[in-house]
Design a protein around this ligand. Structure first.
Ligand SMILES: C[S@@+](CC[C@H](N)C(=O)[O-])C[C@H]1O[C@@H](n2cnc3c(N)ncnc32)[C@H](O)[C@@H]1O
Length: 294
């Protein structure tokens, strides 16, 4: 057996492992869904100001800037008529989840996953949609949740959990498995060097697995990824619309930078305008061509 195993090439061994795993009878899955108190979801607010005030009334780490961007991306998905499930890893007391909850439509699942359940009835009453809650680490998610119905059908995933290297790698793989063709995955603290391990974990996954995930937008807090065939649509949205969307959400100070357009990396950076900076684009005299096409 040992000799046979060493004779097999790595891809063949992987395939053999997958076949053995597929043939193994599945053990019954222990449920980690937590029953939450029943609440009547609030009506969808007409405007963003109410959504932001609602989120700010909930304890949490998400900044106004991040709320504005995330809300704009979710609104853009609605404008394009995209449907699918919405998932969050790392919920804490529910601030970011409250923003997500305002964008859930009929027939879509809204799944929250955290190692602890910190949502109160008071907070749940502020949500605009009722979530399913899975109390587990993100790396155990597939142990407790049947991902088959989610595969290829999650339109927005927000990852804000442990930020550990291995967890981030596993979260990238899971997101890759379940993200819809037009979906967006948003990873928090992407450029927070207190969690410097997030960067190598994400780029290792992106450049060693053959995935079609790619960054289309980064901010000081979060990195937004889509699938390569969807890049043009999301990049067009960022380039042509996002600054206005930020203004409509009360932020007249956002600007875009793109200083390279390599086929392997051409994401935009959206950030607050620095002191003395004017206009919507960074370095237009040097990089004008980078702002002409997505
Ligand atoms: C920064 S907080 C999330 C903040 C929340 N997204 C917000 O914007 O208000 C991080 C959360 O991740 C949870 N967490 C830590 N490790 C985790 C893991 N491996 N899987 C899922 N959640 C985890 C923590 O319990 C905590 O509630």
């Amino acid at each position: 057996m040992k000799v046979a195993a060493t004779m097999l090439g790595v891809p063949v061994r992987r395939l053999a492992g997958k076949i053995v795993a597929a043939l193994r009878p599945e053990a019954p899955r222990e449920s980690r869904f937590v029953a939450l108190p029943a609440i009547r979801p609030a009506a969808l607010p007409a405007g963003y100001a109410e959504r932001q005030a609602n989120a700010l009334s909930i304890d949490g780490m998400m900044s106004d800037f991040s709320m504005q961007v995330m809300d704009a991306v979710l609104t853009h998905q609605a404008a394009r008529g995209l449907t699918g499930h919405v998932l969050e890893f790392g919920v804490w007391k529910g601030r970011s989840a409250s923003i997500l909850s305002a964008h859930i439509r009929d027939g879509e699942r809204f799944i929250l996953c955290d190692v602890g359940q910190y949502l109160t009835e008071q907070v749940l009453a502020k949500f605009y949609a009722r979530p399913e809650f899975v109390q587990a680490g993100s790396s155990e998610f597939t142990t407790y949740v049947d991902v088959a119905p989610l595969r290829g059908s999650v339109r927005f995933a927000h990852v804000d959990s442990s930020h550990a290297y291995r967890d981030t790698l596993a979260e990238m793989a899971l997101v890759d498995e379940i993200l819809a063709p037009d979906g967006v995955a948003c990873f928090d603290d992407f450029t927070n060097l207190n969690y410097a391990q997030i960067l190598p974990a994400m780029f290792k996954y992106l450049f060693t697995t053959g995935t079609d995930l790619t960054f289309f937008l980064v901010t000081n807090d979060k990195g937004y990824l889509c699938r390569r065939p969807s890049f043009e649509a999301y990049a067009t949205f960022v380039l042509r619309q996002l600054i206005d969307e930020m203004r409509m959400r009360g932020n007249a100070d956002a600007m875009i930078a793109r200083t390279d357009m390599d086929p392997e990396y051409r994401a935009f950076y959206l950030r607050p305008r620095g002191e003395g900076e004017t206009g919507d684009h960074y370095g237009p005299s040097l990089y004008a061509a980078n702002y002409e096409v997505p």
